[in-house]
Design a protein around this ligand. Sequence first.
Ligand code: ZN
Length: 216
Amino acid sequence: MGKIVALTFDDGPNTTTTLDVLDKLKKYGVVATFFLIADSINEESADSVRAALKQGCEIENHSKTHSHMSAFDEKTVRDEVEYTSRKVFEITGRMPEFFRPPYIDVSRTMVDCIDLPMICGHEGRDWEPEVPAGERASLILDKVKDGSIILLHDSRGNDLTVQALDIIIPELLRQGYEFVTVSQLFRQKGVEAKAHNGVIYSDFDQTLRFDDPIPG
Ligand SMILES: [Zn+2]
C-alpha cells in the first residue's frame, strides 16, 4: 500500500479563505478535512461547506464557540460538541466522526464525556501572522510520515497558508503520497480511532495520551 496523508483545516467556514483553499485542492486534485466552528456557520458560509463536500472533502467538529474548553463543566462540553455535530449534520447529512479540541486544550472531563476521537496533527505555526509561507511548509514537511495528519487553518485572511499549499501539496505528491480524509486515513490503515482513551491523534498509530509527559 502506498503512503497516505490527511490535510486538515480548522476555524472555518468562511466565504473567502475557505474557498481559496478549495481552489488549491482542486488545482492538485486532492481532498482535505475541514473542522468547523459552529458559530461561524451561516447561510453564506454554509455554501463553502457544500462546495467542500462536492470536492470530496470531509466535514468534522471543532466546537461551537472555539473556547478553552478545559475550563468547562461536563454539560457545557457536551453542549459545545453536540450543537456543532447537529449543525454539521444539517448541511452535510452526515454526523461528524472526529473532534478537534480548540487550542488542543483538553481536560479529563472532555476525555470522559466527548464521544468522538480527538484529532491534533502536525502543524506549521500557521496561526502566527509573522511565519512566512515557506516556513509553514517546511515545518510540516519535516514532520510528515506515512499516516500523518496535517493541521492548518482556513481562518479568514490566512493567505500565507493558501500559499504554503503550493509548496506542501506538490512536494508530498512528488514523494508519492496520496491525500485522504481523516476517516479514510484510519480506515485504510485498519485502525479504529477511539474516544475516551485520552489519545489526541496526530498520526494513525499514535498512542501518547493527553496527560502523558512530552517525550524527549
Ligand atoms: Zn481552532
